[in-house]
Write a protein that binds this ligand. Structure first.
Ligand SMILES: [Zn+2]
Length: 196
């Protein structure tokens, strides 16, 4: 049963003191993940266990106990992301291109990088960031890439007065007269526009 209530997903998970307990939760998570069919990662708090364990299954199943990101690239990239807790949502997020992770059940450091010809590397790199975020109470919406809304150029009525400039001179005239001048390239619409 995967939790979809945002307030529960915002819970910060507790560190585990026992690797065995972490491995048990990891096995449970992998089982749940397999049942979802489409999922590639799951964090313990998504199934109601507020402990720092998550799993990622892109290239091979991986359990991460008490994982933490110890290095991250400044460079980020935009990625189309989904989440098992928000099954109907697809958003664009901003993620680090590469990260280094330490986890209690892995010796040494684990490196993940999206800077690769294999798309699975990007999936894995994003998935690890996504799952560790869950353990810290963040969802993908906290990483959403927000584009400034595109402002379409205003279109003018033929009799609407506009201000045009050639750099030295400024004229105010009806748009229908200004249009050929603007199209000639010598004049351009000034920022200032009067409606009279
Ligand atoms: Zn998720």
């Amino acid at each position: 049963m995967i939790i979809t209530e945002v307030s529960k997903l915002q819970t910060i998970c507790e560190s585990l003191s026992s690797i065995e307990e972490g491995e048990e939760i990891g096995a449970q998570l992998l089982k749940e993940l397999t049942e979802t069919k489409s999922g590639i990662g799951l964090a313990a708090n998504q199934i109601g266990i507020n402990k720092r364990v998550c799993v990622v299954n892109v290239k091979e199943p991986m359990v991460l106990i008490n994982p933490k990101i110890v290095e991250k690239s400044e460079e980020q990239f935009i990625f189309p992301e989904g989440c098992l807790s928000f099954p109907d949502k697809k958003i664009r997020t901003q993620r680090h291109v590469s990260i280094v992770v330490e986890a209690d059940n892995h010796e040494g450091q684990l490196s993940f990088s999206a800077d690769s010809d294999d798309i699975n590397d990007a999936f894995e790199c994003v998935c690890v960031q996504h799952e560790i975020d869950h353990l810290d109470g963040f969802t993908m919406f906290d990483r959403q890439y927000i584009v400034e809304p595109y402002r379409a150029p205003k279109s003018y009525g033929r009799n609407e007065k506009v201000t045009i400039t050639d750099g030295d001179e400024t004229k105010i005239m009806k748009y229908k007269k200004a249009q050929p001048l603007i199209e000639s390239g010598a004049w351009e619409l000034s920022e200032i526009q009067i409606n009279v």
